[in-house]
Design a protein around this ligand. Structure first.
Ligand SMILES: [Cu+2]
Length: 148
């Protein structure tokens, strides 16, 4: 085995050991069931950065949707508007909630309607080129988290 081959193997081991799944925890992930006749909806989750470095989300993708992006709902002059969010940085130790009325994952051009009980995969694309996928369960409304 050449030295170069060893080097490539070592690099591969390093990159698989530093998977983003250890550093950004996605929990409470859900997508609102599509209203009748609408082929768009929004996804929500809690994102916790348990690493020691800032993690920046630069994109979102989902096979179920033709177009997926991060959005933020804001109230301006008493009207609710949505705007795209190109980058979302989460500081070390910080938890960010994507929730109705705030940050959300916008799913547009869905290939089929989504009903209660289904689940779809949504991937977060990170600035370091990792992508972090998680199953989002489809629900008509948020089932309150259990507090013990
Ligand atoms: Cu939106």
């Amino acid at each position: 085995m050449t030295l170069r081959a060893l080097f490539v193997i070592a690099l591969t081991l390093v990159s698989s050991a530093s998977g983003a799944s250890d550093t950004l925890i996605i929990s409470d992930a859900w997508v609102r069931a599509t209203p009748p006749g609408k082929m768009m909806t929004a996804g929500y989750a809690s994102l916790e950065n348990v690493s020691k470095e800032v993690i920046t989300i630069t994109g979102v993708s989902a096979e179920a949707a033709g177009h997926t992006s991060l959005h933020e709902t804001r109230i301006e002059r008493d009207r609710s508007t949505m705007r795209p969010v190109a980058r979302l940085s989460i500081e070390a130790g910080e938890r960010v909630s994507l929730k109705p009325g705030g940050l959300h994952i916008m799913l547009m051009k869905l290939s089929e309607s989504l009903t209660d009980g289904q689940s779809i995969d949504i991937c977060l694309e990170l600035e370091n080129n990792d992508s972090l996928c998680s199953a989002f369960s489809v629900a008509r409304q948020h089932k309150a988290a259990h507090h013990h």
